[in-house]
Design a protein around this ligand. Structure first.
Ligand SMILES: NC(=O)CC[C@H](N)C(=O)O
Length: 176
């Protein structure tokens, strides 16, 4: 999966990553652009040298973010589920595809981009195109200097229908 993302990124092939697709895109960018050797999600390597994606409970303590989920509880404890608002950043492909600043999208995942690495990733050029309502969590990333590379933590396919196709899918197909 990482090599697939790398191929699309380096060869400027339109890419839309969803959920794990976003997490893998972040790992790929961390490894090959931000030069964070050994970057991984703790889902795949709990001892990762650079845990750029992890359970929020694994990195929440250091900066005391408000969202609290307990890893010791059942999966629901760390699962982010259901419709949540996301703030889009002006000038991004995502903002253009949606045509509005705040969107509501459905989630179903446990792992999050580790905020401790966001600055490093941004310094390496990764664009954070969307954040959760309180701006605490990364929801969408984009790769600049690329025709169309968008990856989101939420699931646009949950609200897309044959008659009313989701804007992200339309924009992706148009770019392709
Ligand atoms: N639906 C998904 O792709 C979610 C998987 C993902 N690794 C998680 O955060 O749980």
């Amino acid at each position: 999966k990482i090599e697939t993302v790398r191929y699309a990124r380096e060869n400027k092939i339109p890419f839309l990553g969803i959920c794990l697709g976003m997490q893998v895109a972040v790992i790929e960018y961390a490894r090959h652009v931000a030069c964070l050797e050994g970057a991984n999600s703790t889902e795949f390597d709990r001892q990762a040298a650079h845990p750029v994606v992890g359970l929020i409970t694994e990195w929440i303590d250091a900066d005391g973010l408000v969202e609290k989920r307990d890893e010791a509880s059942d999966l629901g404890g760390t699962m982010r589920l259901g419709a949540q608002n996301c703030n889009l950043i002006t000038g991004t492909h995502s903002r253009e595809a949606y045509g509005q600043d705040v969107i509501t999208e459905r989630h179903r995942h446990r792992y999050e981009v580790n905020n401790h690495y966001v600055e490093t990733l941004e310094d390496a050029g990764l664009k954070i195109a969307g954040r959760s309502e309180d701006n605490s969590l990364v929801e969408i990333v984009e790769v600049p200097d690329h025709p169309w590379f968008v990856a989101c933590q939420f699931h646009p396919e949950f609200t897309s229908t044959p008659r009313d196709g989701h804007g992200l899918f339309s924009a992706f197909i148009n770019a392709a």
